[in-house]
Design a protein around this ligand. Structure first.
Ligand code: AP5
Length: 204
């Protein structure tokens, strides 16, 4: 299955994808993770965009994601999380002849998005994502070592939500018109959202 995971910043695209890709036996490819990896390079071109919550230029992200999708593990399907985010990026997939089976559109109230993003913390050793606002941190996890993403600061969060509305939201109608998009209420707790996502994949 070739699946796109859509939704505004903090909707749970990464959390849901991480919990279903094993069940579907396909890789989870997160454009944001690719950008964060790229931003560690000394001559990184993507870092200034990411830090401000702006989209990195289409040509750059298309090259990075295109390379990842060309690898062997993607030939039988994938979950693509955070790509495409512009019409040009969607056209890039179409030009490559990649047929999308399902687009999951995670819908969350804006107030809840801000609560999730401002509470997100990561374990720098394991990469595991937690949330100090919306979830209990499991026993045994050293809260003191959890770190916040630089783009989860309040002013950058506001900009990311604005960028999403302006540049990415129009894609929802693009895919709805193709008949492959399904809306999922992603306001409930994560286990319920995961069940609801799996339900809309049954007929894909
Ligand atoms: P990216 O990392 O993709 O950022 P994003 O879209 O803003 O998405 P997030 O990762 O913030 O949110 P998410 O929906 O995955 O939520 P999560 O599961 O973590 O991109 C970063 C940057 O890279 C962009 O700003 C841009 O610069 C660049 N970039 C990436 N793709 C690009 C592209 N295609 N084109 C150009 N530039 C690109 O959940 C959030 C928190 O909420 C977590 O703490 C989680 O534990 C918690 N949570 C999740 N679900 C629930 C729930 N149901 N209940 C309670 N808490 C929950």
């Amino acid at each position: 299955m070739k699946l796109l995971m859509f939704g505004p910043p903090g909707a749970g695209k990464g959390s849901v994808s991480a919990r279903i890709h094993g069940k579907l036996d396909i890789p989870h490819i997160a454009a944001g993770d690719i950008v964060r990896e790229e931003s560690k390079k000394a001559d990184s071109k993507v870092k200034p965009y990411m830090e401000k919550g702006e989209l990195v230029p289409d040509e750059l992200i298309m090259e990075l994601v295109g390379e990842r999708l060309s690898r062997d593990d993607c030939k039988d399907g994938f979950i693509l999380d955070g790509f495409p985010r512009t019409i040009k990026q969607a056209e890039f997939l179409e030009q490559k002849g990649i047929q999308i089976d399902r687009v999951v559109n995670l819908e969350v109230d804006e107030e809840e998005l801000v609560r999730r993003l401002s509470g997100r913390r990561m374990d720098p050793d394991t990469g595991e994502i937690y949330n100090i606002n919306t979830m209990e941190i499991p026993e045994g996890v050293d809260k003191g070592k959890l770190v916040q993403r630089p783009d989860d600061k309040p002013d950058v969060i506001r900009n990311r939500i604005g960028v999403y509305k302006k540049q990415t939201q129009p894609l929802i109608e693009h895919y709805r018109g193709k008949g492959v998009l399904r809306d999922v209420d992603a306001n409930p707790a994560l286990p319920e959202v995961v069940e609801n996502v799996l339900a809309v994949l049954k007929d894909a």
